[in-house]
Design a protein around this ligand. Structure first.
Ligand code: SF4
Length: 175
């Protein structure tokens, strides 16, 4: 696979991303407090650390904050585990992307076509028959829309393809 080079993220975009992550973390903390009796999430449980794909802006920020300017990804097709997982712990925990910050909680998506709410849950935390109230759910669409907007701005500034995705299943090599 060809190397993926990601230019630096501008300061205004970096600040906007941090503000977004702050909002996500406050929402997940509130919900984790509400649902704490059900949550089995703990260090060493890495069941949800799969080969997610992230937007270029998030991959660039992980690379930058680890002290490198660009990220080169090497494909590792032998596993569907995240390439940033080491000994069942996240090696970039404080920098982890948005999708990783919501795992374990009941995630809600609006299905506008079928006019219903889709809920995604971790089976270690909730059975499929668990009855959620609206206050139990984390609605991810607004956060994802904001992230998509930031990614488009980043890609316009840098010339990176805004539709590209970077798999966390790839091994990252920083150069
Ligand atoms: S970035 Fe960290 S939290 Fe996210 S999937 Fe990879 S190891 Fe897990």
């Amino acid at each position: 696979m060809n190397p993926i080079d990601l230019p630096p993220v501008s300061s205004p975009l970096r600040d906007a991303y941090r503000a977004l992550i702050g909002d996500v973390d406050r929402s997940t903390a509130r919900l984790a407090g509400r649902l704490h009796e059900h949550l089995r999430c703990m260090p060493g449980c890495s069941s949800c650390c799969r080969r997610f794909s992230v937007a270029p802006i998030e991959a660039a920020l992980i690379g930058e904050q680890l002290g490198q300017r660009s990220v080169t990804a090497l494909a590792d097709d032998s596993t569907d585990r995240c390439g940033l997982l080491i000994d069942d712990l996240c090696s970039v925990y404080t920098l982890r992307p948005l999708i990783c910050r919501t795992q374990g909680l009941p995630i809600a998506y609006i299905d506008e076509v079928n006019e219903r709410i889709e809920v995604s849950v971790c089976p270690l935390n909730f059975s499929q028959s668990y009855r959620f109230s609206h206050d139990d759910l984390l609605y991810l669409d607004p956060f994802n829309r904001l992230l998509a907007g930031l990614n488009i701005r980043y890609c316009r500034e840098t010339g990176v393809d805004a539709s590209s995705r970077i798999s966390l299943g790839q091994r990252f090599r920083f150069s």
